[in-house]
Design a protein around this ligand. Structure first.
Ligand code: C2E
Ligand code: CA
Ligand code: CA
Length: 248
């Protein structure tokens, strides 16, 4: 497996972090997307080992970036399966990975999907609280697509809601999608959370989201997920561009 990194962009188009997205370098079929193997891994339990590998990769990357001025301070978000939480030892594993790598826990963000959460809320919540006390951050992924109970939102130690990309796709054409996106931003704000819009593909979508109060963005408009090497070049190019801009 390898991790690809998709830039997480703030309102001034600055990269503030990356989401780590897994791919499988298959011997004959090339680079496979997660949809080709993650569901199977969830079924047969392999996901726990894969998840542990992702966690360690992300921690060691954060440790390397901490040494380089251009990359220090970037966050890495990893996708966590509810099954990892349910199997014992997850809190311990995360704690020891963070300590071993010697990283700032505040730079590691765990993404959980809303639908996974609904299945085993009680078990997940106490682990989340423990990890959040350690300084880790949580983002609720694919928000708006699960069976939300608004009541649980205030029970969870969340930092962020991620508007699902299905609402962003037709944001400008479908008033229902626009209404949903706008409500998620408002909900997020009133709970004191930040909002990420994922799947942003055009500047018009970004502008509409900014007008709704959304402050963080991810999507092909900025960049597709990149290999580590390409992500680092992307950051270098961005820095050159910023330096080349005339000072106001
Ligand atoms: P996700 O967490 O919702 O990730 C966002 C997906 O949207 C990614 O697909 C990304 O490549 C894609 N995407 C990003 N920008 C755009 C855009 O502008 N337009 C469109 N149409 N799509 C965009 P990807 O990489 O195929 O990942 C699919 C899912 O696989 C992820 O959805 C996540 O749930 C899961 N996944 C990825 N890596 C891991 C992992 O390490 N562990 C676990 N448990 N799941 C993972
Ligand atoms: Ca995600
Ligand atoms: Ca998502």
């Amino acid at each position: 497996c390898v991790l690809y990194y998709q830039p997480l962009i703030d309102i001034d188009d600055k990269v503030i972090g990356a989401e780590a997205l897994i791919r499988w370098q298959h011997p004959t079929r090339g680079l496979l997307p997660p949809s080709e193997f993650i569901p199977v891994a969830e079924e047969n339990g392999m996901i726990t080992r894969i998840g542990l590998w992702v966690l360690h990769q992300a921690c060691s990357q954060l440790a390397k970036w901490a040494e380089e001025p251009m990359f220090a301070g970037l966050t890495i978000s990893i996708n966590v399966s509810a099954r990892q939480f349910r199997e014992g030892g997850f809190v311990r594993e995360v704690t020891s990975a963070v300590r071993q790598a010697g990283i700032d826990p505040g730079l590691l963000k765990l993404e959980l999907t809303e639908s996974q959460l609904a299945v085993s809320m009680q078990e997940i919540i106490s682990s989340m609280v423990e990890l959040s006390n350690l300084g880790l951050r949580f983002s609720l992924d694919d928000f708006g697509t699960g069976y939300s109970s608004m009541a649980y939102l205030k029970l969870l130690p969340l930092d962020q809601l991620k508007i699902d990309k299905s609402f962003i796709r037709d944001l400008l054409a479908d008033p229902n999608d626009a209404a949903i996106a706008s409500i998620i931003v408002a909900l997020s704000q009133s709970l004191g959370l930040s909002t990420v819009a994922e799947g942003v593909e055009t500047s018009e979508q970004k502008r509409a989201l900014v007008n709704m109060g959304c402050t963080l963005f991810q999507g092909y408009f900025f960049s597709v997920p990149l290999s580590l090497k390409s992500f680092e070049s992307y950051m270098e190019d961005m820095a050159k561009k910023t330096n080349a801009e005339p000072q106001a």
